[in-house]
Design a binder for this molecule. Structure first.
Ligand SMILES: Cc1cc2nc3c(=O)[nH]c(=O)nc-3n(C[C@H](O)[C@H](O)[C@H](O)COP(=O)(O)OP(=O)(O)OC[C@H]3O[C@@H](n4cnc5c(N)ncnc54)[C@H](O)[C@@H]3O)c2cc1C
Length: 202
């Protein structure tokens, strides 16, 4: 199956990225229509361990697991993202596309890949990435992928969340997921894009 964007990791940043991408549909942007998105996840988000008292707009005492479920439902309300519960084991650039392989033996291709697998390590094969210590982590041994300062690692290849060097806070990680989605949409549009809605509109 060929996708426009494959998101690897469905925690705070990967889900935020997917939500922004799908919300670009139905706005009269011809370049956004018919896009296909896939999100791979192994259900290991750090958020599953969290009780949230400080996420803006999220009621105090919400569990991270509840919030993940809510964001996934929000994405599903737009449609257009295929969710795959499988570990991505390799990503390789082959000419214009990336080839992704999962532990379950499935193969996919995508024009863009967003790596949002958190900061506990990185073992996806096939990409020549510079993995360094995440300087924002209070604990040693946490990693990030070096990028160009705007979360791009190479043509069509992006990093988000803690793997992009965010501090381990929901909004910081999710914010980078949103920025990566906006960067991809802006490349497709050929100009800077934002997605704003107003009351009374669909
Ligand atoms: C105990 C605890 C409490 C916390 N409390 C708070 C809090 O109160 N407030 C706050 O703002 N933040 C809190 N956080 C931080 C917050 O959970 C993280 O900052 C956030 O989840 C990071 O988002 P992320 O997308 O970078 O990574 P994650 O949310 O960890 O998501 C990474 C995802 O990638 C998946 N994955 C990894 N490798 C692969 C692969 N090869 N293929 C497919 N999928 C893969 C994992 O299964 C996981 O679902 C807490 C964290 C912890 C651990």
């Amino acid at each position: 199956m060929n996708y426009d964007v494959a998101i690897v990791g469905g925690g705070a940043s990967g889900l935020a990225c997917a939500l922004t991408l799908v919300s670009s549909k139905g706005r009269g942007w011809e370049w956004a229509e018919g896009r296909r998105y896939v999100l791979f996840d192994t259900s290991g988000s750090d958020l599953r361990k969290a009780l949230l008292n400080n996420v803006p707009g999220v009621p105090r005492g919400t569990t991270g697991a509840e919030l993940l479920k809510r964001i996934k439902s929000q994405i599903e309300s737009f449609g257009g993202v295929d969710f795959v519960k499988d570990r991505v084991v390799s990503v390789q650039r082959v000419e214009e596309v990336f080839e992704l392989r999962t532990a379950g033996g499935k193969e996919f291709t995508a024009g863009n890949v967003v790596l949002s697998t958190g900061f506990h390590g990185f073992d996806i094969e096939g990409l020549n990435l510079e993995i360094v210590e995440n300087p924002k982590s209070p604990k040693p041994g946490r990693v990030m992928v070096k990028h160009n300062g705007d979360y791009k690692v190479g043509e069509g290849l992006w990093v988000a969340g803690l793997l992009a060097g965010a501090s381990s806070m929901f909004t910081a990680a999710a914010g980078i997921g949103v920025q990566v989605a906006i960067n991809i949409l802006s490349e497709w549009a050929g100009k800077p894009v934002v997605i704003h809605d107003v009351p009374g509109q669909g």
